[in-house]
Design a binder for this molecule. Structure first.
Ligand SMILES: *Cc1c(COP(=O)(O)O)cnc(C)c1O
Length: 372
């Protein structure tokens, strides 16, 4: 059986958890491992301020609070994304205005955004699908023109770039995920990035249950108290210790995944050239971080047949998002526009097995079934 995903362990996870528990004796949050992980990202990618969270969803909820979303504010989100990209803002009272995907890849079509802006628009949420960058220059230009904030949903976008700039460093905020289905994992886990100085202090307070406890522990104030809204967004040191074991091995994890991705691509290219399906399209401004390997079939029927054929050979391939604008929760609130590209990806995109411990022979086997 070839699973769709299998979490990869580097070997030091339990050792570092043991250290957190017995050596440092701090298992609540914001300890040695949390700081180590946050500094790693700040230094490697130039993110201004990083705060670990218990999930990417939590990081997006923090971003919604920091954007000061009020009931009735509008947030532009692609319809082809995970629920959390929209839900975090809905919880704060926002109305979601769904945007379509591009024809060439599932990312938000930046050229359609301007027409969706109204006086109530506050935020744009570009989602870097499969770790491939959205057209961030265009999105930041529109945001600047209309004084909007940009929250990058970088859940899948670790170690990926737009015109040489790290994803997560371009928007006012970014949210990453370390869920066990991502490249770098901690079971559940995430991180908020704050790139705009204006929001750094407030972010830390919201993270720590609305208190200035982080400042107190740095010795900047002599007592701490209730300053603002917030929640308990920070993960325990047990999660941070696990994450550190993964971050130390990031380069080898990334290069292994990229090699597997290339193997898929080169094997499948001749078949794609015959028109049987489309391969992922990576624009010249973007890099590939090998988060996912997907194909876009020509129809729902062809995709169903492909998933079935792979399943008969013990290979687990899976479809992905169902358009959020036609979801049971949001369809009655959606303004009725049809979003064709998004619906096509909902019907026709299929993801193939992709994980660190996948073997080149497995890719060959999968290719042989697809080629039948
Ligand atoms: C995985 C994912 C999320 C949610 O991440 P969690 O850490 O599970 O909350 C959000 N957005 C996108 C695009 C994702 O892929």
């Amino acid at each position: 059986m070839i699973d769709f995903n299998r979490p990869h362990l580097t070997g030091n996870e339990v050792k570092y958890i043991q250290e957190a528990v017995t050596d440092f004796r701090q298992i609540s949050g914001n300890g040695v491992f949390t700081k180590r992980c946050q500094h790693f990202f700040e230094e490697k990618y130039g993110f201004k301020k990083c705060l670990l969270t218990t999930s990417c969803t939590d990081a997006l909820e923090m971003a919604a609070i920091l954007c000061d979303i009020q009931p009735g504010d509008e947030v532009i989100v692609p319809s082809y994304t995970f629920v959390s990209s929209a839900l975090a803002f809905v919880r704060a009272g926002a109305k979601i205005v769904f945007a379509d995907s591009m024809e060439r890849n599932p990312n938000i079509d930046a050229e359609t955004i301007e027409a969706l802006i109204t006086p109530r628009t506050k935020v744009i949420v570009p989602v870097h699908y499969a770790g491939v960058a959205c057209d961030m220059d265009r999105i930041m230009e529109i945001a600047g023109k209309y004084h909007l904030l940009v929250v990058e949903d970088a859940a899948q976008a670790i170690d990926s770039f737009y015109k040489g700039r790290p994803l997560g460093s371009i928007g006012h905020f970014a949210a990453f995920s370390f869920h066990e289905t991502k490249n770098i994992i901690s079971g559940e886990g995430g991180m908020l990035v704050v790139n705009d100085d204006r929001f750094v202090r407030r972010a830390e307070i919201i993270w720590e249950k609305g208190t200035n406890r982080a400042e107190f522990f740095r010795g900047e104030v002599n007592k701490y108290g209730w300053c603002d809204t917030g929640s308990s967004f920070l993960p325990s040191e047990i999660i941070a210790a696990f994450l550190w074991a993964q971050l130390e091995e990031m380069d080898s994890i990334q290069s292994k995944r990229k090699a597997l991705w290339e193997e898929y691509y080169h094997r499948l290219k001749p078949l794609a050239d015959t028109g049987r399906f489309h391969l992922p399209d990576i624009p010249a401004y973007a890099t590939n971080n090998a988060h996912m390997f997907y194909l876009v079939c020509n129809s729902l029927e062809e995709r169903t047949a492909m998933i079935q054929r792979l399943k008969e050979h013990d290979i687990q391939a899976v479809f992905h998002y169902l358009s959020l604008h036609s979801s049971p929760f949001y369809r009655t609130k959606h303004d009725g526009r049809s979003l064709h590209h998004c619906d096509h990806y909902s019907d026709a995109l299929v993801r193939l097995p992709m994980f660190y411990d996948l073997k080149t022979e497995d890719v060959e086997k999968i290719y042989n079934i697809i080629a039948l």
